[in-house]
Design a protein around this ligand. Structure first.
Ligand code: HEC
Length: 134
């Protein structure tokens, strides 16, 4: 019994440490390949909106506030504008939550992308987005 009392909390602590954010270990080179899925709707190299907003300068930006090179705001859904108004900022943590299933994190978003189910894919694409600080 004594042993059990000691090991269980230790396992809990170890689990808490190792289940930390996966994005920290993402591989940007692999992420670039995953980003091909996003490219149909998003630019990251040119600051131009497509079907979706330009993702230039995404990290640290408030949701629903992306402007193109001509300072033109993308035409966001009400849902995305509200998310920004509620204080959602595109940190790696929030991107991870959004990209797993966009319509779950932001109900009624007009981003019709089912999401990236694999944690490693999200980590890699987020690493790529972070590597493109522009
Ligand atoms: C089929 C088109 C499509 C695909 C594919 C797509 N998106 Fe989007 N994305 C959109 C649209 C449209 C919006 C605007 C959503 C809104 O206003 O509700 C958006 C919004 C976003 C936003 C919010 C940006 C902001 O300025 O607030 C992020 C972040 C994003 N997409 C990332 C991605 C990533 C990363 C991928 C690939 C894994 C991806 N998207 C794939 C269409 C797409």
């Amino acid at each position: 019994m004594r042993l059990r009392n000691i090991t269980l909390p230790m396992i809990a602590v170890a689990a808490a440490i190792f289940s930390g954010p996966v994005w920290a270990e993402g591989d940007a080179a692999k992420g670039e390949r995953i980003f091909k899925k996003c490219k149909a709707c998003h630019n990251l190299d040119k600051n131009k909106h497509k079907v979706g907003p330009s993702l230039v300068g995404l990290i640290g930006r408030t949701a629903g506030t992306g402007k193109d090179a001509k300072s033109k705001l993308y035409r966001y859904s009400r849902a995305m504008k509200k998310a920004g108004g509620d204080g959602i900022v595109w940190t790696p943590e929030n991107l991870d939550k959004f990209l797993i299933k966009p319509k779950k994190f932001i109900p009624k978003t007009k981003m019709t992308f089912p999401g990236l189910k694999k944690p490693v894919d999200r980590a890699d694409v987020i690493a790529y987005l972070r590597s493109q600080v522009n």
